[in-house]
Design a protein around this ligand. Sequence first.
Ligand code: UT7
Length: 323
Amino acid sequence: MMRHARVMGTGSYLPENIVTNDDLAKRIDTTDDWIFSRSGIRQRHIAARDEFTCDLAEQAARRALAAASRSPKDVDLVIVATTTPDQVFPSTACLLQDRLGIRGGPAFDVQAVCAGFIYALDITYRYIQTGASKCALVVGAETFSRILNWEDRSTCVLFGDGAGAMVLEASDQPGIISSHLHADGAYKELLCVPTGVSTAYDQILNREAFTTMQGKEVFRWAVSALGDAVVEALEANNLTEADIDWLVPHQANIRIIQAIARRVDMSMDKVVVTIERHGNTSAASVPLAFDEAVRDGRIQPGQKIIFEAFGGGFAWGSMLVQL
Ligand code: UT7
């Protein structure tokens, strides 16, 4: 029997509080028109002060388990992709495991920033293929608002908070078909939080641990690397865009998404877009968009979907999945 990693259920969660572009324009020198025309974003959800990444992850995970008709005791692997863990340690995956009452199997976080969810999914794919896991819970969850400088208009308008989750199981039915991940640390400075626990303890205490980005360079790189990654997913499987039902891209900028759709000659009707309402939720962006399109009936069982994501590192990649 072929061991596939099959998607059994999805879930997502967004914090209640919505911040519109107009809200931001009252606080910093920006406009709804600039933000929307440059990025495609109109609003983002922002976690309440007492709401943390694990809280968002828990809601998304419970919904994914319910959609999969599985209970926490079925889960033997928990992976959380996040750049904004609740604590330095334990991992958010261990906190989530405890919240859900899952015990004993491995639980760990994956840090690949905006590409984190597809990195986590890649690991799950290999755990399931080798027989190391039968039922995995994979979550992308972020409170990215905590690592933004809310006075820097070039970054703070772009991001939001949220979580998305999937339950995957070993199956003889297809699921993840291929995965192509990449990274190049030579570009570490173009998109980063330049401080961390080991390097700059004082700066963290002074709350200087914020995201910085060279937007134009990152934009150019994202368009070219993501276009290549989607082509790689198609060529590796001898497929053309006509064989793909949906592209579920990382939601960083509508202009990046449109450029990739153009590169592979895919109609925007086949692209799931949430950026207008969510902004860039980093590791949560792909599973959030996927869950929305599964729940509203756009994505149907049996369909083929390409995921792609790009972020700090740089780290990026693509996956081909059949629902
Ligand atoms: O998920 C990780 C991957 N991240 C990305 O993929 C993001 C990639 N980069 C981008 O999406 C785009 O580069 C941005 C949306 C960040 C910026 O768009 P842009 O078309 O590259 O604009 P720009 O950075 O060249 O800025 C143009 C102008 C500048 O003014 P000057 O120097 O031309 O006078 C900025 O100061 O817009 C100004 N500006 C703003 N104006 C109003 C920058 N931010 C804002 C703002 N409101 N929020």
